[in-house]
Design a protein around this ligand. Structure first.
Ligand code: FPP
Length: 249
């Protein structure tokens, strides 16, 4: 007789210690496609399915926020045809999955310079943000034309302007104040950062927000990353002792 494995069975996840915010560097789409003798864009296409799978599963597990690195400020260095393709993916993604994400109470957000993408891409993403803004489940944020250093500079400019206008004093500027002006604003700090494809770099992702995150690097290429890999990463996270600069008890 065939029994379906129950979800979470393999890793015995502690449901009282689920990370609040998980960030993903979705790497390996190009290599995944190359292995199949397909164009790199096919890997990005398949990679969007992984976002849907993981968002639904993270939501089911009670994760509050999930942020995915969809396009970095440095990704403009790629061939124009690949950049154009990635800019068309939000349309495909939301056409296919917005209803399902809505039904699952997922809220969509973005961080980054969306205004540097084509008007149609901006409209599609803004519409998804608007439609889902009342949802109270997982907050799925797309880092889109995003760079961590750029975000810190942008935040610094906002705060400098406030100081220049006489709205704040120097004494008011502290970590909590700075954090409130980042693009991620009210999101919790990242607890767990996962990078696929066996690369061990941050690549300018969420530099401030990752200060005390646990890092899990997985060899799996992004289009193959699935619920099981997510459970494995959470289990690794749960096995770690987070000290936030303190000492072992
Ligand atoms: C990294 O793989 C992946 C990217 C730079 C783009 C990822 C984008 C998506 C999965 C889709 C975004 C979707 C929406 C809805 C906005 P790589 O190309 O660097 O892979 P490689 O290292 O194997 O070459």
């Amino acid at each position: 007789m065939f029994f379906r494995k129950k979800k979470n069975q393999n890793y015995n996840l502690d449901m009282n210690n689920i990370p609040k915010h998980i960030a993903f560097i979705m790497d390996g789409n190009g290599r995944w496609a190359k292995k199949r003798k397909m164009p790199r864009t096919y890997g990005h296409h398949e990679g969007t399915k992984t976002i849907r799978t993981l968002a639904l599963e993270a939501n089911r597990l009670g994760v509050k926020a999930m942020t995915v690195y969809a396009f970095s400020t440095e990704n403009f260095k790629r061939d124009a045809s690949e950049v154009d393709y990635i800019f068309r993916l939000p349309k495909e993604f939301f056409n296919l999955y917005l209803k399902e994400l809505m039904d699952n109470n997922v809220q969509i957000r973005y961080i980054g310079h969306l205004d540097l993408s084509p008007k149609e891409t901006q409209d599609i993403i803004n519409e998804a943000v608007k439609k889902t803004s009342v949802n109270t489940g997982l907050i799925l944020t797309f880092a889109f034309i995003y760079g961590g250093r750029d975000e810190i500079i942008e935040t610094t400019k906002i705060i400098c302007q406030k100081y220049k206008d006489g709205d704040i004093t120097l004494e008011q500027i502290n970590e909590a104040y700075f954090e409130k002006h980042l693009m991620t604003k009210d999101l919790p700090n990242v607890d767990l950062m996962i990078r696929s494809s066996g690369e061990y770099r941050l690549s300018n992702f969420l530099l401030w927000q990752l200060a005390y995150a646990e890092f899990v690097f997985d060899d799996i290429l992004w289009p193959d990353f699935n619920e099981d890999e997510l459970h494995k990463a959470i289990a690794i996270y749960q096995g770690r002792e987070r000290r936030f600069g303190g000492v072992l008890k």
